[in-house]
Design a protein around this ligand. Structure first.
Ligand code: HEM
Length: 476
């Protein structure tokens, strides 16, 4: 729609698709489908999903316009049925619309929960959990059995996140008969499912797909659990322990001096944020990184050599070693380039009408940033499809949002506030997996045959779990 005569029309994109045809875009691999369409229609593309004007951004230059030049206009989130029913009426940080509430919560999380000092205060806990994880892999190494690394890494990540957020980890049975991980995963799946109510808001209340009913049920399981946790924390008298996230937030509740205005329901929404944003993102990234290393034995060997030279073979990697592991850090960057855990980031929304590159973007449009396509843009990357950590030698391209050709954590106001924590966990676990063990695929499978198919959801993990046989290699 033209608003004034100077504004160009957006390139048409696949407009005119029937509504259900458009929703099909969010089918099996939306990041790949949207990438394909962008090759035809350009890096700023307009599609209509149901009733919602949606702008898809697919190149570093275009991303710069949305996430840097006009960041403020696009710093909101669209209404989201799942966030409404599961995340306390969209009061979680990740889904809150732009405004003073989001700013307050973001400030509180950045300064009080995700600061370097706070993250470092959980170093001993991470060491203990990673130690247990390595011990259990050593047992499999002795027995010469294949381990399901996808499951193992994901439960390590869940345990570390739970201890940081709640101060303890949970046996599955303590949560719900299905188990903690299964319920978190159901919440994530429901949040990622294409929901007619998001694209045709007037029919949301009809719940034609039965999703709202399921969301409310999962939301209730979380709520009961979080209520119990908050009560336990409120009654705890242990003043000396390292404060977990719930302790920190309870300290601000109802306090006159606190600059953060949060209530009990906000605490619950933020707990959910911290769990859902940290568990799968980190474990998916580790899973892809180790898969790429197994698939590329020469690169695996180079990482092992770096570890041998820097750490030696008589002790395990410490967090303090991580900064000096240059090649390992390049492997992590390269993994995040080809396998960003959130390939389409989280949708952004425009807070006002805006003109970008001469194109009119209406208020309340949804903005999808295809970080996956950007990481494979042939104008930004040579041999874009190839896994090659060497591409970062002598380059200062970073993953933290400054360089728009590599944005696995997004960029600008809505960029990920958990980058430091995420990178620490990914680097630490990957370093230990590679330093402590050699890896072999089961049944004599050759590395080249390892299936790298993805599965799309809020994060994009491997479709098939990674199974591999470890051989212990340290002298300790
Ligand atoms: C490898 C690990 C991680 C990756 C790849 C990742 C990626 C992302 C991405 C792509 C976004 C959306 C950015 C946007 O919409 O522009 C995001 C947002 C967010 N992340 Fe992370 N993340 C990771 C770890 C973490 C951790 C450990 C935490 C906290 C415990 C965290 C908390 C959040 C939150 C709260 C948001 C929403 C921010 C907002 O809307 O203001 N993330 N992350």
């Amino acid at each position: 729609k033209r608003t004034n005569n100077n504004n160009k029309r957006l390139p048409p994109g696949p407009r005119g698709f029937p509504i259900f045809g458009s929703l099909h875009l969010l089918g099996e691999f939306p990041h790949r489908d949207l990438h394909r369409l962008a090759k035809q229609y350009g890096p700023i593309m307009h599609i209509r999903l149901g009733l919602i004007p949606t702008i898809v951004v697919s190149s570093p230059k275009a991303a710069e316009l949305f996430l840097k030049t006009h960041d403020l206009v696009f710093a909101s989130r669209p209404p989201h049925e799942a966030a409404k029913h599961i995340s306390y009426n969209q009061k979680s940080m990740a889904f809150a619309e732009y405004g003073s509430y989001w700013r307050d919560v973001r400030k509180m999380c950045t300064l009080e929960l995700l600061s370097n000092v706070k993250i470092n205060s959980f170093r001993a806990m991470r060491k203990e959990e990673v130690g247990l994880f390595i011990d259990s892999l050593r047992k499999s190494a002795r027995d010469r059995v294949a381990v399901d690394l996808s499951v193992k890494v994901s439960s390590l990540s869940a345990d570390m996140s739970c201890r940081m957020v709640f101060g303890k980890k949970f046996a599955d049975s303590e949560f719900d008969e299905r188990g903690f991980k299964a319920v978190i995963q159901e919440g994530m799946q429901l949040s990622a499912a294409p929901n007619l109510g998001d694209y045709i808001p007037p029919i949301a209340s009809l719940d034609l797909q039965g999703l709202t009913k399921k969301m409310k049920k999962v939301g209730k399981v979380f709520d009961d659990f979080f209520e119990k946790i908050i009560d336990e924390h409120a009654q705890s008298k242990d003043e000396d322990k390292n404060k977990d996230f719930v302790d920190v937030m309870l300290g601000f509740l109802g306090s006159e001096e606190s600059e953060y205005r949060i209530e009990r329901s906000n605490i619950k929404a933020i707990i959910l944020d911290m769990l859902s944003a940290s568990i799968d993102t980190a474990s998916t990234t580790i899973d892809w990184a180790i898969s790429e290393l197994i698939k590329n034995p020469n690169i695996m060997k180079k990482v092992q050599e770096e570890l041998e030279n820097t750490v030696g073979m008589k002790r395990t990697v410490e967090e303090t070693d991580l900064e000096s592991l240059d090649y390992l850090n390049m492997v992590v960057k390269e993994t995040l380039r080809l396998h960003p855990a959130g390939p389409l980031l989280i949708p952004h929304a425009s807070t006002e009408d805006c003109t970008i590159n001469g194109f009119h973007i209406p208020k309340k449009a949804h903005i999808i940033i295809n970080a996956w396509a950007i990481g494979r843009d042939p104008d930004a990357w040579t041999d874009a499809e190839k896994f090659s950590p060497e591409r970062f030698v002598g380059s200062n391209i970073d993953v933290r949002g400054r360089d728009l050709q590599l944005i696995p954590f997004g960029s600008g106001r809505r960029g990920c506030p958990g980058i430091q924590l995420g990178l620490t966990v990914v680097r630490l676990v990957l370093a230990q997996l590679v330093h402590c063990f050699d890896w072999e695929l089961p049944n004599g499978m050759s590395p080249a045959d390892l299936d790298m198919t993805e599965e799309f959801g809020l994060t994009v993990p491997r479709a098939k779990h990674l199974l591999a046989i470890p051989t212990y290699r340290l002298h300790k």
